[in-house]
Design a protein. Structure first.
Length: 295
């Protein structure tokens, strides 16, 4: 009877749509979140989602598709960051920092003074998972497929550069095009998460679960699969808890993700002396082994 009470929420059509959205985004988070953490792109992932905020406001004010407006701005940002970084003018973090505050400020000004839609700002910033429709679900499905396909085709290059960029260049696997694909995919994934958790909480899906699983594994495939499972669990738990407590789903998922990360980090710190005593201090998997076919 207790289990039936727990599952009651998932009998509702709008909760079922939200659950499908979360599960699809979990695949994208598992495929891309690991690369985001490995390549040090967590701040970029957050920044590109925030940079999409003015596009959401424009779409809301002018009456066209919100994902289209958000992706247009996010794609422009991703290409700009990738081009300037490739030329060595600045790193991802510094370029992201320059645009982050400006994008949010422009979005707020557009929402409050131009389109007078300030009432929608909270939804745009923090998402509305329980209100997703077929369009958002289709976008999440497309992102999941593209993320998985790109990981299969380009994963070895991304992995080599992530472990040792200098060695990757010496081996001839450094490719600006591959890096550009990664930046664009992260931008697309960030846009897909906007309907679920909003512009300010996209890292709750794209970064935090991957960072949590990374504390317990050193190999890419278990890391990616574990991230998919953990993101799905945290998203489902957050969705159910938000329904039961009438709290915002995006914020609830973010709180759960942050709490799980803190618990995992605390457990790792506590287990550190025991691991050293047992001699379990294996080195990370070398990128060269992956290039020869190892995973």
């Amino acid at each position: 009877m207790l289990m039936a009470d727990v599952l009651d929420a998932f009998q509702l059509p709008f909760v079922q749509r939200a659950l499908v959205e979360v599960l699809l985004l979990s695949v994208a988070a598992g495929a891309l979140g690991t690369w985001i953490v490995l390549r040090g792109l967590a701040f970029y992932a957050h920044g590109v989602a925030a940079a999409a905020f003015p596009g959401l406001v424009l779409a809301d004010g002018l009456g066209f598709s919100p994902p289209l407006g958000a992706f247009g701005v996010a794609l422009l940002f991703a290409l700009l960051v990738g081009r300037l970084s490739a030329r060595g003018r600045s790193g991802h973090d510094s370029l992201t920092a320059l645009v982050l505050v400006g994008a949010l400020a422009v979005g707020i000004v557009l929402a409050s003074d131009v389109f007078h839609s300030a009432a929608n700002v909270e939804t745009l910033l923090f998402g509305s998972l329980l209100a997703v429709g077929p369009g958002e679900i289709r976008l999440a499905a497309v992102v999941a497929v593209l993320a998985a396909l790109a990981t299969y085709l380009l994963g070895r290059r991304w992995l080599a550069v992530g472990f040792d960029a200098g060695a990757a260049r010496a081996l001839g696997v450094r490719s600006p095009a591959a890096d550009a694909v990664l930046l664009v995919l992260i931008a697309l994934a960030a846009v897909a998460t906007l309907s679920a958790v909003g512009a300010l909480l996209s890292t709750a899906l794209l970064v935090v679960p991957a960072a949590t699983v990374r504390l317990g594994t050193r190999r890419m495939t278990p890391w990616q699969l574990g991230t998919v499972a953990l993101t799905a669990f945290e998203g489902t738990a957050g969705l159910w808890l938000s329904f039961q407590t009438n709290a915002p789903p995006g914020a609830t998922i973010a709180v759960i993700a942050g709490g799980v990360f803190v618990l995992a980090a605390t457990a790792r710190v506590s287990a550190g002396p025991l691991r050293r005593l047992l001699g379990d201090d294996a080195a990370p998997v070398a990128a060269a082994a992956t290039l020869r076919g190892g995973r």
